[in-house]
Design a protein around this ligand. Sequence first.
Ligand SMILES: [Zn+2]
Length: 273
Amino acid sequence: MFYADGILRKSSLIDEIPGIFHGFSTRAGGKSVLPHTASLNLSHNLGDPAEVVRENLDIFARTVSDSAYGGDATVTLHQIHSAKVRVLTADNAGEGYSIPRGEDGDGFVTVQAGVIPIARAADCVPVLLAGLRADGRPVVSAVHAGWRGTVSGIAAEAVRVMLSLGCELPTIRAAIGPHIGYCCYEVGADFYETVCGLCGAEFAGRHITIPAGKVKHHANLTSMNVEILTNAGVTPEKIDVSSDCTMCMNDVYYSHRATAGKRGVHGAGIGIR
Ligand SMILES: [Zn+2]
């Protein structure tokens, strides 16, 4: 179940993994003053001065980690709508914070404390995952799954990388954070055909349909990611889904579609205590 904790949204399933912290940010609680980025924008490339974005990353890091870490522990990626997942060590802390642009990629996994991977989104799907190794130590992951990343299977790739680092599959919990809902995500014929090509007509037919009362197809990024995670071995009862639609709730979240691209980004962050 998702619940509100101040400016963050959290998953009770992720909470079940000991020794970690996590949270999905909203627009609230930051220092950005531009109309489209106000107020907790976490991207350097959307019009805010660099020091304001660093301040926002610092606020997010301190809030999500209960003041254990500041912005210099955060890592962001230059997100490219891929299925590329990076393994981070504490040495990567500060990439995207003190170094303005992170490496290319859309997901992170780490087994080390001292680093807070942040997947950023504004309608795209942020996914956080956590699990345990046989010795009880945690493995955490943050993923940015736009539609391209989603159908490229980035959520499953994150699970694969977690397993490669010794995470035990039955322990893995996943939380699919606030993103554009089926209610609002109208797509065209080209989208349908691309998904058919990548994932097959049956997959496309299950997740791209015409909602009652509408005339065009809508894509369901929620059910796509649930299916992809389930196929990777994370059973549905271990998957939390936020019911918040970023476009319907544009006062609470940044939405690319609601603003024709003039917006900030929020983040999904996770780390080891
Ligand atoms: Zn909606």
